[in-house]
Design a protein around this ligand. Structure first.
Ligand code: UP6
Length: 248
């Protein structure tokens, strides 16, 4: 069975962030999102500079940055995103009632609403919990990559109903195929390892394009822990693009 191309998906896209992601993928011939799970501003900015040219988005866990400071962390990060043409994906995995998520999204020191192009959110709080994200795109957590996850078949089915019905949702994180009207983001991708001894389970880019028809691969340690992150990013970018073309 064939999949829709990025071009076709971009023509069908209902949300400006989906469109931007798909256009960036086509322009850079990349479906790679680097996960910047580093813990200082300097490491974050250095990684963004190195991998920026090769990725369509940089995924952050902004709350692990120990010296976070909006002026010193976010302002230069946004400059790098503009310079290298990538989007900012904050992997906050919101999981609360709408009012609390709205506060977590707009307030505190991180002020995610001011800089993220799109965010991840659980859908466990139900449809209305996602209403607060209407200035960004939401990637719904449908299924997790870790061993023993509670995202069973029936959970995923219900989560998908919420995701598909909400206008803020552009895609889902999953280890299973999703309907083609939303974008599929797949973490748990690594060319060298099959796990991390802490429950993470890895697949290759080839596997996730062939079996899931994923749209975007998310790679963390495969890139930022490598000796040469820029080179590793090129490798994952090329592997991902080759696997995408082969799945058409
Ligand atoms: N992530 C997963 N699995 C999920 C959802 N999210 O691994 O189901 C995120 C992690 C991490 C990245 O929070 O930031 O993707 C994977 O990193 P890794 O490649 O170093 O394992």
């Amino acid at each position: 069975k064939k999949r829709l191309s990025y071009q076709q998906k971009s023509e069908n896209a209902q949300h400006s962030v989906s469109k931007k992601l798909l256009e960036t993928a086509l322009a850079k011939e990349s479906n790679l999102i680097a996960s910047a799970d580093v813990i200082t501003t300097q490491e974050l900015l250095e990684l963004a500079e190195k991998v920026g040219p090769h990725v369509i988005a940089l995924k952050t866990h902004i709350d692990i940055i120990s010296d976070f400071d909006y002026q010193n962390t976010i302002v230069p990060l946004k400059e790098l995103a503009a310079k290298h043409n990538f989007l900012l994906m904050e992997d906050r995995k919101f999981a609360d009632i709408g009012n609390t998520q709205e506060l977590q999204f707009t307030s505190g020191v991180f002020k995610i609403t001011d800089w993220a192009d799109f965010v991840t959110s659980q859908v466990i709080g139900g449809f209305e919990s996602l209403d607060c994200f209407n200035n960004v795109g939401v990637v719904a957590i449908i299924g997790m990559s870790s061993k023993g996850t509670l995202t069973t078949n029936s959970y995923r089915e219900e989560a998908l109903k919420v995701a598909l019905s909400h206008p803020n949702v552009i895609g889902g994180v999953s280890q299973n195929a999703l309907p083609e009207e939303i974008l599929l983001f797949t973490p748990g991708v690594n060319l060298a390892d099959s796990g991390d001894g802490k429950g993470q389970q890895y697949n290759t880019p080839d596997h996730v394009f062939k079996t899931l028809h994923t749209d975007f691969i998310i790679v963390g340690r495969g890139i930022y822990k490598s000796e040469n992150p820029a080179e590793a990013a090129v490798t994952y970018k090329n592997e991902g693009w080759k696997a995408y073309l082969a799945s058409l």
